[in-house]
Design a protein around this ligand. Structure first.
Ligand SMILES: CC(C)(COP(=O)(O)OP(=O)(O)OC[C@H]1O[C@@H](n2cnc3c(N)ncnc32)[C@H](O)[C@@H]1OP(=O)(O)O)[C@@H](O)C(=O)NCCC(=O)NCCS
Length: 170
């Protein structure tokens, strides 16, 4: 039985190990350490088994928007599930709970760069349809989920992830 809960400082090493294993490199693991260290892990959730062993992790951090920025938009990245536990719905549970936690943070919108087929199931749609684009030339992979009826009102232009992304070569 998997449970999703808020990550604590004590989980950090296990979280780093999950990202390293899932991505097969340490870029995302280092990014997570930097975001946590900078206090920019607005939402950080772990999926754990019955022994409280960490199986997956999702992080959301503030993005800045070229026009209309009000500090209420978040970027979902990175998300990872240990390779031995993928395709069991853990990623889905993490993302769903992550979005739920954004409401608690009073966020207006969540951005993600990922597979449209996967993220459409959570309600994400093309950010370009709202005059918003990313810095990675993600095209249709750059998606947004408004959390309120006017979640995207006033937002326009380039969306930048937290500086730790660029510092880590992402
Ligand atoms: C992307 C990632 C987080 C998804 O985690 P996950 O736990 O495998 O995700 P889910 O199980 O919710 O869904 C993945 C697939 O498994 C399928 N699935 C879900 N439950 C399933 C089950 N019980 N049996 C079989 N398949 C299942 C889903 O339909 C989905 O299929 P699709 O994407 O081919 O349509 C994980 O694959 C990962 O860590 N990848 C490496 C890191 C990465 O690329 N992160 C994303 C970029 S930040």
């Amino acid at each position: 039985m998997t449970e999703v809960r808020a990550a604590t400082d004590a989980d950090l090493d296990a979280i780093v190990a999950i990202h390293t294993a899932a991505f097969g490199r340490d870029t995302e693991a280092t990014l997570v350490r930097r975001l946590v260290g900078a206090g920019r892990a607005t939402v950080s959730l772990v999926a754990v088994d019955e022994d409280d062993t960490v199986l997956g992790h999702v992080l959301l951090s503030p993005v800045t928007i070229e026009e209309g920025d009000d500090g209420k938009a978040l970027g979902l990245a990175p998300v990872a599930v240990h390779p031995d536990h993928q395709r069991q719905g853990i990623g889905h549970a993490l993302i769903e709970e992550g979005i739920g936690a954004c409401f608690v943070q009073d966020a207006r919108a969540v951005f993600v760069l990922g597979s449209p087929a996967y993220y459409t199931t959570f309600g994400f749609g093309k950010a370009s349809a709202h005059g918003l684009h990313d810095t990675y030339e993600g095209g249709n992979a750059f998606q947004v989920l408004p959390l309120t009826v006017d979640g995207l009102a006033g937002y326009r232009g380039r969306v930048d992830y937290a500086p730790e992304f660029a510092e880590g070569g992402l």
